[in-house]
Design a protein around this ligand. Structure first.
Ligand SMILES: O=C[C@H](O)[C@H](O)COP(=O)(O)O
Ligand SMILES: C=C(OP(=O)(O)O)C(=O)O
Length: 371
């Protein structure tokens, strides 16, 4: 408070002394268009709005068990090429028609990447992939793509990483993840409490569940925190709490946690904590030890649990792309291979389609047998 009151005097002192006490490690500031300005450049369309509304309701019903279909969140680890993303969306939308009796597909449209240490942080942060960090361009690109994918009738899932992001993209997202690296962060729990769509909290990278269960609890409450308003004005935000936050098992600490015993332990941990939440299983990340070829086996195991009577698993996640594997970002971007991840390695489209058709068949059999 004293420093605040003395600011004019301090500034004088700083000028005389020739030094500053703030922004010492800041190299520069650049203006960023407000959420309202970006929305004006890529406005929400009626078709996209209707799809978001419908998809959110379906996901909510899956999370409460009113809709017993399996939510399958599938798509690239990260988006870097909108053309390939739309190609993927087209394939998923077509497949969706054949599997919709048992599966509700949601496309991973991940524009923000949390890094273990450093690396490309996604298409919003650096859309030109050349360290030019044109975030205004990245945000516009993200909105344009999410609008198109919604217009194709697919629900959009994304990771909420930057707390300003939802003001720009929130109306286009039907399912959010809070990642393993941020589940314990108060900032992300507060943000989740105000998000307009259901939020899945990943368990921590250590594989322990406490931080994610605490996160589910915290995000269901109302919070006050600092953020921005639509016009870019810095604001105090009061949230209502997110009734649809839930747990996502992604393995960690050197071991997976998708198996029957781990899922039963997660159910018990939720019950002991007094949290009523169904579970999404991420078949990738530490559940497949980052080996994409194992993802279909993880999926298959989850379906076996469901067929055998498990009622808590309501969704699964796959990291899938048009082509398998991953690639380093080349200095010459014309060398980028089409439809191949630039972050985590993915399964290819053929493997994805086969896995989802098999899943549908197994879930249909269960339904036909009245199990
Ligand atoms: O899903 C993506 C990655 O697993 C996550 O962003 C961490 O990536 P990194 O360990 O390569 O930084
Ligand atoms: C970063 C991701 O996952 P996690 O937070 O589980 O590592 C992801 O799904 O892209």
């Amino acid at each position: 408070m004293w420093l605040f009151m003395q600011t004019p005097k301090l500034n004088e002192v700083k000028q005389q002394a020739g030094f500053s006490l703030e922004d010492i490690n800041i190299e520069g500031f650049a203006p960023m268009p407000s959420p309202a300005e970006i929305k004006k450049m890529a406005p929400l369309t009626e078709a996209a709005a209707e799809n978001v509304n419908k998809s959110r309701n379906q996901i909510k019903q899956i999370l409460t068990g009113e809709d017993n279909r399996l939510m399958v969140i599938t798509g690239p680890c990260s988006i870097h090429d909108p053309k390939a993303a739309l190609d993927y969306a087209q394939r998923l939308a077509e497949l969706s028609e054949h599997i919709s009796e048992t599966i509700f597909p949601v496309m991973r449209v991940y524009f923000e990447k949390p890094r273990t240490v450093v690396g490309w942080k996604g298409d919003i942060n650096d859309p030109d992939m050349n360290n030019s960090f044109n975030m205004a361009k990245g945000m516009l690109k993200a909105r344009e793509l999410m609008i198109k994918i919604n217009e194709m009738g697919l629900a959009v899932a994304t990771e909420a990483l930057d707390p300003f992001g939802p003001q720009y993209l929130g109306e286009l997202v039907s399912w959010y993840a809070i990642g393993a690296r941020t589940t314990e962060s108060q900032t992300h729990r507060e943000m989740a409490s105000g998000l307009s769509a259901p939020v899945g909290f990943k368990n921590g990278t250590d594989g322990l569940l406490d931080s994610s269960i605490n996160a589910v609890k915290a995000s269901r409450q109302s919070h006050y925190f600092l953020g921005i308003y639509e016009n870019g004005q810095s604001s105090i935000i009061k949230t209502k709490g997110n009734r649809y936050s839930h747990l996502v098992l992604r393995g960690g600490g050197g071991r997976p946690n998708f198996d029957t015993v781990s899922v039963m332990l997660a159910e018990k941990a939720l019950k002991d904590a007094g949290v009523d939440s169904r579970i999404v299983v991420d078949c990738s990340h530490a559940n497949s030890m980052k080996n994409p070829d194992l993802q279909p086996f993880v999926l298959n195991d989850c379906i076996t649990q469901i067929v055998n009577g498990n009622k808590s698993i309501c969704g699964v996640m796959l990291e899938s792309n048009i082509n398998a594997g991953n690639q380093k970002i080349p200095a010459d971007l014309s060398q980028l291979k089409y439809g191949v991840s630039v972050t985590d390695a993915c399964i290819d489209w053929e493997t994805t389609e086969h896995a989802l058709r098999m899943t549908n068949r197994r879930l249909l059999d269960k339904k036909l047998n009245g199990e």
